[in-house]
Design a binder for this molecule. Structure first.
Ligand code: SAH
Ligand code: SF4
Ligand code: F3S
Length: 439
């Protein structure tokens, strides 16, 4: 068998997975294989999967069924499952889907070329060991051209929120060396990238294994050494949101004034059952500190409704928190029990219909708040990083403000992708700003 494999990868789940797909692409590329952009052109199809909620897994299972048709063609096609579902379900994936040939967890991606070769020889393969040290630090992600890049600065999670599958699918928390991250930012700048997003499940518990530098140190070094780069980061945990970190964000113009800080619930009783390790009061204290040092900082959050034993009173506390804090945006979910987590042993006692009702209630409230906040943006001027023609109408272009709001505007004659333009906001919805370029 010759080595000319053409590989197509499809990505589900969070930004960590998008970033991992770029690492897998590098591994595959270094092995001499070609990366293609449709399953039709491929003889290896890989799905990089997510397990965070049942729905995420359902999507992948449906896709696997759909991809069966590629296995029925004359040419041999290898089908692989990577990522969090691979780690969570392991051999169960092979047992359930006779079409799947390889199953590879997040810490074993270096084995993919070998597993593909063996699969073509008829041997199914599974590699799902988690590692305490693997960070793929030495591999430069194979990125698509563009202006905005992801950089994974750490892997895994040690927080063990009781509802969450991530510590089981991604293993123990480990950070990359600070110097290697800063070097990557410099290199991306030389290549023409204008924005980087530092990624981790809890970026603010980052700790350099060489120097013990913390996340504030890392941010500062990136900002100082590459002053023209816009620097973003997700996700922060409320427990590790130190004053030093907030001061660092405030101090550097090129660190974006946008913080995603999942609250999950407004009820202390539920927060405790979730093992979030903070109270609402602590959370609010962090928000107030952020707002006092960074007055225009945009804030977003995650909410879970219908956690086991959540009463109407607990739910009201979440609604009250949303009203009191007034986030710019929120990702809102209904609780989905995940096998092996602590919460899985609790009784999932909020009926599905009630979860949906509570979810709609938080969504409606949050939309109203986002809309009101965006009305307040009218006539303000934002510096927007130009991303290119907007999806809906190509005569308009899209970009993002420093505060991470998608902004639509008419491009000038010389407007180019990657430019920073000043846009005066004229109109808005709950999710989007509309404006005009001003000089
Ligand atoms: N590390 C990040 C994000 C983890 S997953 C953090 O700690 O915030 C993203 C979001 O999915 C979580 O913030 C949570 O709101 C949601 N989530 C995780 N597990 C879930 C579950 N079992 N059911 C519903 N939502 C869940
Ligand atoms: Fe999951 Fe909690 Fe870790 Fe976030 S902090 S990945 S919610 S266990
Ligand atoms: Fe999903 Fe794994 Fe990310 S479970 S949210 S892809 S870390």
């Amino acid at each position: 068998m010759d080595n000319k494999f053409s590989v197509y990868i499809e990505t589900y789940g969070c930004q960590m997975n998008l970033s991992d797909t770029e690492i897998v692409s590098r591994i595959i590329f270094n092995a001499g294989y070609e990366i293609v952009d449709t399953p039709k052109k491929a003889n290896v199809i890989l799905l990089n999967t997510c397990s965070v909620r049942e729905n995420a897994e359902r999507k992948v299972n449906e896709r696997l069924l759909h991809l069966k048709k590629f296995k029925e063609l004359e040419k041999p096609v290898i089908l692989g499952v990577l990522g969090c579902m691979a780690e969570r379900l392991r051999s169960r994936i092979l047992e359930k889907n006779s079409n799947v040939d390889i199953v590879v967890g997040p810490d074993e991606y270096r084995k993919i070329p070998e597993l593909i070769q063996n699969a073509f020889l008829g041997e199914k393969g599974i590699a799902v060991k988690l590692s305490r040290v693997e960070t793929y630090d030495d591999l430069e992600p194979l990125r698509k051209e563009g202006i905005s890049a992801w950089i994974s600065i750490m892997r895994g999670c040690d927080k063990f929120c009781t509802y969450c599958v991530v510590p089981y699918t991604r293993g123990r928390e480990r950070s990359r060396r600070m110097q290697s991250v800063v070097d990557e930012v410099k290199k991306l700048c030389d290549e023409g990238f204008k924005e980087v997003t530092l990624l981790g499940q809890n970026v603010n518990s980052y700790k350099c294994p060489e120097t013990n530098s913390d996340f504030a140190d890392l941010l500062r070094e990136c900002a100082r050494q590459v002053p023209s780069m816009r620097i973003r980061f997700i996700t922060s945990h409320p427990q590790d949101m130190s004053d030093k970190l907030i001061e660092t964000i405030a101090e550097w113009d090129n660190i974006c004034k946008y913080i995603h800080l999942p609250i999950q619930s407004g009820s202390d009783r539920i927060l405790q059952l979730m093992n979030r390790n903070y109270t609402y009061e602590h959370y609010l204290g962090r928000i107030n500190k952020i707002r006092s040092l960074i007055p225009n900082c945009a804030l977003s959050t995650d909410i879970i409704v219908g956690f086991p034993t959540e009463t109407l009173e607990d739910h009201q506390a979440t609604l009250r928190a949303l009203k009191e804090i007034r986030f710019d945006g929120a990702y809102m979910f209904r609780y989905s029990p995940r096998e092996h987590t602590k919460a899985f042993k609790m009784v999932d006692d909020v009926p599905e219909k009630e979860k949906i009702r509570r979810l709609n209630e938080v969504i409606d409230l949050q939309n109203k708040i986002s809309k009101e906040i965006n009305l307040g943006e009218h006539n303000r001027i934002h510096i927007v990083l130009v991303e290119g023609p907007s999806k809906k109408d190509k005569t308009y272009w899209a970009g993002r403000t420093d505060t991470n709001k998608v902004t639509i505007f008419k491009p000038g004659k010389d407007t180019a992708v990657g430019d920073f333009v000043k846009v005066k906001i004229k109109n808005s919805t709950s999710a989007t700003l509309f404006g005009e370029i001003v000089q």
